[in-house]
Design a protein around this ligand. Structure first.
Ligand code: G1P
Length: 297
């Protein structure tokens, strides 16, 4: 059963500077909660019970966020602020554990995932890249569907979406055995290559930041040499896994937001603000005013 998820959060977030200078980029808010909470909740909804943060000494605010803040809770309780108290307590369900391991050196995503090996053991696990937020708009969520397909088909699941040709050199790009699967379905992968040049890209299907992998990948990562950007790449370990075990590309249904850069972060704020249960209507009215003003100025 897939019960563990690895979230690599050790990166400095240089594309979000100066905001990320003294707080982790994962703690920057999307409306009223930090971006990392959306990702952790997505994992929890997919059945994950152990969140494994691969972290750095400058990023302890993330662990603290998912810990109990006893004094604060006590104060809210004493003042009868029950709704706020419920929200503060809701950051993590009681049956979910957050474990933190350190990545001592920034040697790449594959290296970060390998740092979680002692906690993952030989079990299958999910990887969620916290820069990427996914909104499935009420339909079955992609990560949950990937976990189901992992169990049903015994094949690793790698979430993919199409990107314009001009951007294939920014992602892991996959090659498939047959046709591109319909959204919500998966198909056997024959290769995956990290950040290929346009002319070498096997397709326009990019790896999006959600993976369900067998424990076996940890042994492969331990043997994986630095690749693209001179970093140990998760993509290269998956390419090796393809030679040994079934690996499938899962075509996502939802919409992604890359909060690792300023434009994607801003888009996520607008998207989630417009859909916020309490603030949505106000947010849309504000956006309309801004649009009007931008149109006349
Ligand atoms: C990482 C992965 C890449 C994947 C991307 C998705 O790259 O190495 O395969 O397509 O995340 O966001 P990064 O964005 O860390 O350079």
């Amino acid at each position: 059963m897939v019960k563990k998820a690895v979230l690599p959060v050790a990166g400095f977030g240089s594309r979000m500077l100066p905001a990320s200078k003294s707080i982790p980029k994962e703690m920057l808010p999307i409306v009223d909660r930090p971006a990392i909470e959306y990702v952790v909740k997505e994992a929890v909804r997919a059945g994950i019970k152990e969140i494994i943060l691969v972290s750095h000494s400058a990023k302890t605010a993330i662990e603290d966020y998912f810990d109990t803040q006893f004094e604060l809770e006590h104060q809210l309780e004493a003042k009868g602020k029950d709704a706020l108290l419920a929200e503060v307590r809701d950051t993590l369900p009681a049956d979910v554990t957050v474990i933190s391991v350190r990545q001592h050196r920034a040697l790449g995503l594959g290296h970060a995932v390998a740092c979680a090996a002692p906690v993952v053991g030989n079990e299958p696990f999910a990887v969620l890249l916290p820069d990427v937020l996914v909104d499935c708009g009420g339909q079955q969520e992609d990560l949950g569907a990937m976990v189901e397909r992992y169990h049903a088909r015994g094949a690793a699941q790698i979430m993919v979406e199409e990107v314009p040709e001009a951007r294939v050199d920014q992602y892991g790009i996959v090659a498939l055995k047959g046709d591109v699967p319909n959204p919500g379905e998966s198909a056997p992968m024959t290769a995956v290559v990290e950040k290929p040049a346009v002319e070498d890209a096997p397709s326009r299907l990019s790896v999006v930041g959600r993976y369900v992998l067998p424990g076996e990948i940890m042994g492969i990562l331990a043997q994986t040499l630095p690749g693209s950007g001179n970093e140990i790449q998760l993509t290269d370990a998956i390419a090796t896994l393809i030679e040994r075990a079934p690996v499938e590309a899962y075509a996502m249904r939802g919409q992604t937001f890359d909060c690792g850069n300023k434009a994607g972060y801003l888009q996520a704020i607008l998207h989630f603000a417009a859909r916020h249960p309490e603030l949505g209507e106000q947010a849309k009215a504000m956006m309309a005013v801004e649009l009007g003003e931008a149109g006349t100025s």
